[in-house]
Every structure is written in C-alpha cells, then in structure tokens.
Design a protein around this ligand. Structure first.
Ligand code: RP5
Length: 162
C-alpha cells in the first residue's frame, strides 16, 4: 500500500467511533490514512511534534476530531502549513455545540475547514476532493460517487411514483 497522504487524528479514543466514518470513507476511495490519538491538552508535545512534521512525512491533508473545548484542530492548523479539516465531536454536556464553536470560530489567518457535528464522513470526502484536484483518477472516482448519489435519489423517486 502507498504511503498515507491523509492523517486522521483525534483528541481521545472516545472520539474513534465518530472518526471511523472518515477512515471508512478514505478506505472506500483506496486512500490509506495515518490514524493517531493526539490530545492538545494531555499530550501537547506530541501534538506539536506531529503538526510541525506532518508535511515532511508525505501528509497532504489533516483531519482532526475533538470534543468539548476542542482546540486540537486549531492548534494543529496554527503549527502546520497543511489544510486542516475539523470534526466537532458530539459532547455529553452540550451535544457538540461547544466542540463546533471551538473549531469553527477560528480568527482570520489560520483556517480550519469545519464539518457539521459528528460528520466525519464529510471530512473524509473533503480530504478526498482536496487530493483529487491534482489526481485525475481520484477525480473520476469523486464524480462516480456523486453520480451514484444522484442515482439513489432517482431510484427513490421512481419507487415513490409507483
Ligand atoms: C477531548 O475531550 C476529546 O476530543 C474528547 O472528545 C473529549 C472527551 O475525552 P475523554 O474524556 O472521552 O477522553 O479532548
């Protein structure tokens, strides 16, 4: 298998059930990924090491999931020149509103592309599309995926009309 170009990181192993959707999406497009638990507050040095070196390790896109005071995606974005996609994890106390606001409200200068609460699937798809911009084979797969989405709607509409 080729070297991973996408890293999927998360603040806790409790985020893994949500983040599996990103991993599954990348796998469906035959993209291997590097998966790592990195906490911005429990393992800050590990986060700094990862973020500062990811671009030297063949990584092109970072997907970062975190919940609560979810500073992992923003901190990694501040330390890395790579595009970062943030996944707000649904938290127990505030159902992920806290995670969403923490990730999406980045001040100007350091962007984090933020998906909906718990929507790691879209994070995976966005990473695929970022890579596909420079890979015609992957672009074809994205278009085929979109066509299948449209077909499933047409099929449901036909069933409704029967
Ligand atoms: C964050 O705190 C993690 O991203 C996780 O969503 C949340 C709770 O972590 P655990 O207490 O489940 O380890 O750092």
């Amino acid at each position: 298998m080729s070297q991973p170009e996408v890293a999927v990181i998360m603040g806790s192993d409790s985020d893994l059930p949500t983040m599996q959707d990103a991993i599954a999406t990348l796998t469906a497009f035959d993209l291997p990924c590097h998966v790592e638990i990195i906490s911005a507050h429990r393992t800050p040095e590990r986060m700094v090491d990862f973020a500062k070196t990811a671009h030297q390790n063949n990584i092109k896109v970072i997907i970062a999931g975190a919940g609560g005071a979810a500073h992992l995606p923003g901190m990694v974005a501040a330390l890395s020149p790579l595009p970062v996609i943030g996944v707000p994890i649904k938290s127990r106390a505030l159902q992920g509103i806290d995670s969403l606001y923490s990730i999406v409200q980045m001040p100007g200068g350091i962007p984090v592309a933020t998906v909906a609460i718990g929507n790691a699937k879209n994070a995976g798809l966005l990473a695929v599309q970022i890579l596909a911009a420079q890979r015609p084979d992957l672009l074809d797969k994205v278009m085929e995926y979109r066509q299948n989405l449209a077909n499933s709607v047409h099929t449901k509409q036909e069933q409704l009309a029967e």
